[in-house]
Design a protein around this ligand. Structure first.
Ligand code: AKG
Ligand code: FE2
Length: 371
């Protein structure tokens, strides 16, 4: 839920039923109650000044046991040449006018999107426009890369290269399906109250990116029991934390796809856990990145020192150098998160420091998408 259109807005997240959301969008706020005592959470907002987005919902997870489950049965992507894909592999988006997803590209696969109700505008940019879209990485957002610019209200003084991008605009209406090719950037806006579903189709060339994400998630799953601190490490508080088993299974699948030795069984002891993973060749697939900016200076020095004395020539240059630490990158990616987490799991104090850094990074980025 957010006032819109806005960029720096703090979005509000709450639980509501689909019926409540539709009632609200149709100008009947507050009629339905979550319970006897609880009025509709949408009641304080007006649909002409705010939008609501029930976005990025895995259909089975959301509706598995509910009466809506029947609706899932009809989903079948085989007519587009992708047999065996149904509700299990599909995601639902229900938004009111103005609800939008900021410009980004998805890390994995290609995307099939079907508009079921209403109209939605897709502004697409080819991958070659990437450098002119000011890509930025934020922690734990490995399946998405956002643009630092607000493409809905572009500031050409601040982001001059936007002027030389090549947007392709598609307005999807009910019954139409769009194929978003791999790594195409997109800004998506609901023009009317709209419902769409999509499926991201995995591609073998994404194995390395998956490995990186699984490594970061494996580290996250081993964070200290302090859930509040762990949560702060996540970019999106709605982001699901995979259980360790899931992380390991993705890790093993990507390791196999890349002909790497299987990932080690994680030791219980956190320090041993990090040491074990650091020695695993898959760790070297996390891309080199010039900064350990998330770490406290003394930790950066420790990292650099231990890298210098490391017998492992591949690991050494990847642990950051004093020069690079002086100029942190604009965005934060798997590498930084991974390093920060590596420390966090052995040093609880670092969790707080890293969490602060993450929060600052988020503030730099501005508004976050959401319901
Ligand atoms: O529909 C939206 O708001 C965003 C959809 C999207 O980003 C996607 O399907 O990859
Ligand atoms: Fe997307």
């Amino acid at each position: 839920m957010a006032a819109g259109p806005q960029w720096e807005a703090e979005n509000v997240t709450f639980s509501a039923t689909v019926r409540q959301l539709l009632d609200w969008a149709a100008g009947r706020p507050g009629k339905r109650r979550l319970s006897q005592d609880e009025p509709s959470p949408l009641a304080p907002y007006r649909p002409d000044t705010h939008w609501a987005y029930y976005a990025y919902k895995h259909i089975l997870q959301e509706f598995g046991d509910s009466p809506y489950a029947a609706a899932k049965l009809g989903i079948d992507w085989s007519m587009f040449g992708f047999p065996g894909r149904g509700a299990e592999q599909s995601t639902l988006w229900l938004g009111t006018p103005g609800a939008h997803t900021l410009c980004h590209r998805d890390t994995y696969g290609l995307n099939l999107v079907t508009q079921l109700v209403g109209r939605k505008r897709w502004t697409l940019f080819p991958p070659s426009d990437g450098p002119r879209l000011y890509p930025t990485r934020v922690p734990y957002e490995e399946s998405t890369v956002f643009s630092a610019a607000n493409l809905r209200r572009p500031d050409f003084n601040k982001f001059p290269d936007l002027a030389s991008t090549q947007p392709h605009i598609v307005e999807l209406t009910a019954g139409e399906t769009l194929l978003v090719p791999r790594h195409w950037w997109h800004l998506v806006e609901n023009l009317e109250t709209s419902v769409s579903i999509n499926t991201w189709i995995e591609l073998p060339c994404d194995a390395e990116a998956r490995l990186q994400e699984a490594l970061v998630r494996t580290m996250v799953s081993r964070l200290p029991a302090d859930a509040a601190s762990a949560r702060l490490l996540l970019n999106d508080p709605m982001e699901e934390c995979w259980p360790l088993d899931t992380c390991l299974s993705v890790l093993q699948q990507s390791a196999a796809a890349l002909s790497l030795p299987p990932a080690p069984t994680p030791p219980r002891d956190r320090r041993a856990f990090w040491a074990t993973y650091r020695a695993w060749p898959g760790n070297r697939r996390v891309p080199a990145c010039p900064a350990t900016a998330l770490l406290r200076p003394e930790v950066q020095r420790e990292q650099t020192a231990s890298a210098a004395s490391s017998p492992d020539p591949v690991v050494s240059p990847r642990l950051g150098s004093p020069e690079s630490a002086a100029s942190p990158p604009a965005g934060l990616g798997a590498r930084e998160v991974y390093l920060a987490l590596a420390e966090a799991v052995t040093d609880p104090q670092t969790v707080a420091a890293a969490a602060e850094a993450f929060k600052r990074a988020l503030r730099r980025r501005g508004g976050a998408q959401i319901l």
